[in-house]
Design a protein around this ligand. Sequence first.
Ligand SMILES: Nc1nc2c(ncn2[C@@H]2O[C@H](COP(=O)(O)OP(=O)(O)OP(=O)(O)O)[C@@H](O)[C@H]2O)c(=O)[nH]1
Ligand SMILES: [Mg+2]
Length: 265
Amino acid sequence: MTSEEPATLYFTGTAGAGKTSAVRAYAEWLKNAGHDATIVNLDPGNENDEFEPDVDVREWVRLDDLMREYGLGPNGAQVAAADMIALKIFEVKQALGEFRTDYVLVDTPGQVELFAFRESSKAIIDALSGDRSMIAFLFDPALARQPSGFISLLLLSATVEFRFRLPMAHLLSKTDSLRPEQLAEILAWSEDPDRLYERIRDEFATPDIALSTELFRAIESTGPFLGLTPVSSQEGTGFEAFYRSSQRTFAGDEDLEPSQGPTDT
Ligand SMILES: Nc1nc2c(ncn2[C@@H]2O[C@H](COP(=O)(O)OP(=O)(O)OP(=O)(O)O)[C@@H](O)[C@H]2O)c(=O)[nH]1
Ligand SMILES: [Mg+2]
């Protein structure tokens, strides 16, 4: 597959959802499965010492430098950083072009709303994306295990998808931190809107449930129940299923390239 343009996957999600860990774990999984993966860090504030991206936006723009030089807070600095990265994006793209690779895995900034709502972020994604690009949106169990949190994540992911206009996969991260019955319940919500609807009514047993109910019905009718792929970066599980679903997305519903790697759950 190295002869053609690489597939690009952007990992997004709320702060601390496990984006950086998922990029590292999926790169590892791809390598074990015989594929080449190149990691791009688009987070100018990334401070994970164990993270060693192949192309790192911090070579051009660093959040701590912006905060110090311009007296900005972390959010203001993220906003300024997105604009500065957009100005440097062709240099980033050139650095990436030096790698011959099957997959480009892109780690994105923690503050997803700051990232998703900037025009410059859209310009960055447009510049880096080839014909086969998609977003992996991570559902953090800390939020996803309450019905209201699950719905909030569906809405947020729909917003990100709407902004970037790329196909999207939903991943439930850190599944090792969930009890089996919690995991089963969250997965059931992702497959059956009525199960979720019942639980919303339990969670909002007050006369004020109208808003959540209406929101729920709106989400249901737009059809973002894409299914949720459970993964654990800590245990390295779930990536086989994610690989297969991303292949279907890239190939237009066809699994062109069965994995040669180890299977997992
Ligand atoms: N139990 C468990 N913890 C995880 C897993 N993945 C990530 N974490 C933990 O979740 C926290 C956040 O992980 P990161 O990978 O830094 O998340 P992030 O989304 O990149 O965070 P920001 O970039 O700061 O928004 C860390 O403490 C990780 O150790 C996992 O699969 N299982
Ligand atoms: Mg991160």
